[in-house]
Design a protein around this ligand. Sequence first.
Ligand code: ATP
Ligand code: MG
Length: 400
Amino acid sequence: MNVRIMVRYGELSTKGKNKKSFTQRLAQNVRHILQDFEQIKVNPDYDFMYITLNGAPEEVVLERLKHVFGIQSYSPIYTVEKSLEAMFQQIYALLSNMDLSDKTFKISTKRADHEFDMDTNTLNRELGAMVLDAFPQLTVKVKQPDINIKVEVRKHAVYISTQTYIGAGGLPVGTGGRGMMMLSGGIDSPVASYLALKRGLELEMVHFYSPPYTSPQSLRKTQELTKKLALYGGAIQFIEVPFTEIQETIKEKCPEAYLMTITRRFMLRVADAIRQKRDGLVILNGESMGQVASQTLHSMVVINEVTNTPILRPVVAMDKLDIIALAEKIDTFELSIQPFEDCCTVFAPPSPKTKPNLEKVRVYEERLDVDALVKRAVDGIKVYPIDVQTRFDEDVEDLL
Ligand code: ATP
Ligand code: MG
């Protein structure tokens, strides 16, 4: 018996001319998450995508497809020979694996091959009777049954399916262009990443790392978060930025109340320089309106002043509790609340400016060699791919 999974496209079916590149990209993403099963074939047709398992474990494939953006729903389809007995055997096998108590069902037959010796009514009746006989706990219901057993009679075979799984929705990752996500170890930026991936963006993670003020565990935590997010988008490039020199220099030369504002401006400059080098179109972060001092409108304006590059803030209007709920859903919350200092908390002044003054910021920054500091940080980046298979060194293994 050969199993195929029929995949229904999500929103992308409304994209007209671009549809082909969308479906190709979706197929590529699906092949990527199933790459350990070489026998699987993925064929993106115009209306549906078909995944032929060729013996690969169905359960595993069904589970992995859940997380792929751009899929509305999907159904396994079983191919059997054209006899009543073979059809029933397959239906029997499928129902045997389901919880049937108090369930209703119907058989919906379609017949493309009109030469076949039973018509749809006969098939519905015959198969329905056989099912009732084998599973007396079931009852027939024609309108909106719990289980709709679809039987399609084609020229060379019969296709049977009983179940439809709901997909992750969204758009295929990579169809929306590339953005640089500023990823900290906190709760918000992983959620922002998830939302951006869901709308089809390809993300590269930019993480500012300030050893020895921040520990290898804090770096590791951010890498582990990236690994969680890779489930939704495939391999993600992780960019580790050496940030110690910048933080120490700001601390030494600028007044305490402005450390946060100036540090943020540097993060943005460095992120933007990396974006340019790596052909990203936008920068993204996990800022949410009013959460902390750097996230007042006044602060955002002054921080944002260093670049014209669009900055997307996917969680800007979300309440913290809603962000947390989503973090739990995507399984990043537990990691995010691990207590490792990130580079901002270490240097955070007791009372940062919520309304920083741009003129003053400029005066303070004149004390620094901004371009050289940015250049050294950019020159010092380490880039490596992280995906769901990535294993990190053992010495900080006990992180979770
Ligand atoms: P998060 O939960 O994402 O850390 P937060 O509420 O703690 O957010 P901040 O720490 O003020 O807020 O950070 C705001 C945003 O700045 C983060 O969402 C992230 O996009 C970016 N950011 C902060 N620290 C870093 C870092 N070390 N590396 C990369 N980006 C960072
Ligand atoms: Mg943070």
